[in-house]
Write a protein that binds this ligand. Structure first.
Ligand code: SF4
Length: 369
């Protein structure tokens, strides 16, 4: 595996790609070319390997709504907090613990004595539910379509009677469309996340590429994957190609993983909903279909979120600009709270909480450039 990784981190090849990229950019002859990626793992790779430092100065490479934790809206957190207050054992991924709800986070609920446990995946949720047969256990399931497939598979196999699912799963392609169509958006092309495309395939992006007249390039997470994809994107911009390109053919196919897609759409339906700070995204939230009502926490419980309103919402949160960052209009350097009032250990907004959040990644890899 190491040899495979090193193959995609070859400095000579990276330099050659950067040089080819500069030639393409010069041939376009514009001062600014804006490319958005939509994946926290891409941002980690870009920051960790210093990829922005080798890009031509004309390329603005920005991160969009690519962190499922960051876009989980406060009312969704409120539901988990309320369920913990109502006595359920709530299971969540660790990144979600500190994400602010309207008044409290799941971490606050835990500190108040609520039963909130961290899990690494749905399999662990099954184990915990079996270990506590006398309790109502709720899995706060979050993540994009890749993780949603794992939740769907577990539901189809059958959950323990005391386990239900509070779905905060999101579906990325509709969010890309909203960002692409926002008035004033400078986004000219997308890099799409290779791991999500393993499930969805890359063909699903073609209608969007044609509708918004932009290239969409699917790619992986090693430095050469990212550089090759940016080069391909710029070539497509230069030639006016409004299509999809697959720069991750070792993992991604055109149609994707059809059995996984079947499981996903058997269990979930896309519904409109707010993505934190960005917009209401039509079809952006994945919710359990009616036939799975018995394991849907929203239908199984009367979730009393009004019981949380005794607390005043934190004021600093009003100054968080996560939404504008994820829509591609601003970067963490535009936020007055970055690295001051807002730190990974005391996050004000969701982008500073998750390891896939732009603010957290920028803070981890050296702060604002
Ligand atoms: Fe929000 Fe903190 Fe990022 Fe500012 S630095 S945008 S407050 S998460």
């Amino acid at each position: 595996e190491l040899a495979q990784q090193l193959k995609f981190r070859d400095p000579e090849k990276a330099r050659a790609l950067a040089a080819a990229l500069q030639r393409e950019v010069d041939a376009i002859g514009r001062d600014e070319i804006t490319i958005m990626h939509v994946c926290g793992s891409h941002e980690q790779s870009i920051a960790r390997f210093g990829i922005r430092a080798v890009l031509p100065r004309q390329i603005s490479l920005i991160m969009g709504p690519g962190c499922p934790v960051c876009v989980t809206d406060a009312p969704e957190i409120d539901e988990g907090v309320a369920l913990a207050k109502q006595g359920c054992r709530v299971l969540t991924y660790g990144d979600m613990l500190k994400v602010p709800g309207t008044v409290k986070s799941l971490g606050d609920a835990q500190a108040d004595g609520g039963k909130v446990d961290i899990v690494y995946g749905v399999e662990q949720a099954l184990e915990i539910a079996r270990a506590h047969p006398d309790e109502e256990v709720v899995f706060f399931s979050s993540g994009f379509e890749t993780t949603a497939v794992a939740t769907a598979a577990a539901i189809l196999r059958g959950l323990p009677k005391n386990l239900s699912v509070l779905s905060a799963h999101k579906y990325v392609p509709p969010a890309m469309e909203i960002v692409a169509g926002m008035p004033g958006s400078k986004v000219e092309a997308f890099l799409a996340a290779g791991h999500a495309a393993i499930i969805t395939g890359c063909d699903c992006f073609r209608p969007m590429a044609q509708k918004y007249r932009m290239p969409i390039v699917v790619t992986g997470f090693e430095p050469l994957d990212v550089l090759a994809a940016i080069l391909k994107t710029v070539e497509m911009i230069r030639h006016g190609e409004h299509d999809v390109a697959n720069c991750y053919p070792r993992c991604v196919t055109g149609p994707g993983n059809l059995p996984a897609q079947k499981m996903l759409w058997q269990v979930f339906e896309p519904v409109g909903g707010q993505w934190r700070g960005i917009a209401v995204i039509p079809d952006g939230n994945l919710r359990l279909k009616a036939e799975f009502a018995a394991v849907d926490a929203r239908r199984r419980f009367d979730i009393d979120v009004r019981s949380l309103w005794d607390y005043a919402p934190p004021k600093l949160a009003e100054r968080c600009i996560c939404g504008e960052i994820m829509a591609g209009f601003k970067s963490p350097k535009d936020c007055a709270l970055f690295g001051k009032e807002c730190l990974p250990e005391s996050p004000v907004g969701a982008c500073m909480v998750s390891s896939e959040g732009t603010c957290k990644i920028w803070h981890q890899y050296g702060g604002v450039p």
